[in-house]
Design a protein around this ligand. Sequence first.
Ligand code: NDP
Length: 450
Amino acid sequence: MTYIHDTIVKLQHSSPAQAEFYQAVEEVLDSLTAILEHAPKYRQQAIIERMVEPERQIMFRVPWVDDNGQVQVNKGYRVEFNSALGPYKGGLRFHPSVNASIIKFLGFEQVFKNALTGLPIGGAKGGANFDPKGRSDGEIMRFCQSYINELYRHIGPTTDVPAGDIGVGAREIGYMFGQYKKLVNRFDGVFTGKSILWGGSLGRKEATGYGCVYFASYMLADRKQELAGKTCLVSGSGNVAIYTIEKLHQLGATAITCSDSAGTLYHAEGINLATLKQIKEREQGRLTSYLQHHPEAVYIPCSDYPADGHAVWRYKADLAFPCATQNELTQADAEALVANGCLAVSEGANMPSTQDAVAIFLRHGLAYGPGKAANAGGVATSQLEMAQNASMLSWSFQEVDEKLQLIMRNIYTRARDTAAEFGEPGNLVLGANIAGFRRVADAMIEQGIV
Ligand code: NDP
């Protein structure tokens, strides 16, 4: 469709050198052809042109002093993409690879993901090109405080509510909240992913990983399959990966891999979760330490990965859960999964599969849950945290988990039924994109040209 092609070309001129952002936009727009043809109001109202331009982008200097007394400077971002459905909502990422393209791709995805949950939340994303690895607690605190010294004026419980992402967990949220409270002199529910001690929600830490597994179970159930007894490949070893593995094991499946940015771990009898949590959650260590506890496991450093992909996807398994980062599953990886009889892929990470890899999943009829649907349990539970904060109540773990399961089921059925409505049954990419788009676009039309 030339309209979509022209929109992407215009975007490349107005926002140059943002490859990840174009990739995310192209993937969404490719799915929208049918709805744009059937409902001319979206073109008449320039909805696509408005959606690809964030409502507001904030970029700022983050100066801080390291333990040697040296002044360091990083670049901070917050992209407030779309507030048609509610306050801006989306995580903060601290990683050296962060740039405007990465934050915009994440923010754009977040708009559709949040719409798909059915909850009243807009979309945003932020972060900084700061590398927390090897930094002391004091350095992390000073960095977080400096980051908030600028961001505090743009966020608030009914305007913009950030959460964690790569490199931002409960510790960083604590330091950022503390500085925010100092500056505004209010105890607001302005972050989610907070500690349970002061306003966090039970079940938020587990929500993205658990939700991703629930999503896989709903996809399998429609194919008369179940999780119990299945062998699974998981990538990553952070928050999302750990709680994906935990839920898989609870439901009778076995995760045999995990990874970090240095290599992949393969443990044929199943990843030992207690050891993994010890290394990653308490020691902030590297995966190689796992071998000291389980010498029978195998570790493959990145230097030994295949030239066209990643070691983690080359093992034989029934299911795959990419839970590390974007573009971590290539076309060759997808071909290897198919050749090894993989039935389903459920994405815990954002945009972990390249567009070529996704095409292979769809062509071979795998059950494929794109990140914006399969990992939406995290942001959905963040919204449950906001609801608890606003009502000054706290719910039990079981109550939150039951709501999470219901939300994930609704996301799945919404994506599945929308795909069928538009003539492509089973294509959850198309279903998720159209269902998310329709909700945001209709709200934008009702709110006028703003
Ligand atoms: P964490 O920081 O807790 O963990 C990230 C994991 O991915 C680590 O194992 C890390 O390894 C690995 N990783 C990061 N960058 C790379 C890279 N370039 N190459 C290989 N491995 C890498 O982050 P989360 O678990 O929170 O996030 C993981 C993914 O899930 C991200 O895509 C995030 O956007 C997405 N997501 C997270 C949500 C949440 O609630 N946390 C919600 C929805 C999506 P290492 O330790 O070596 O860096």
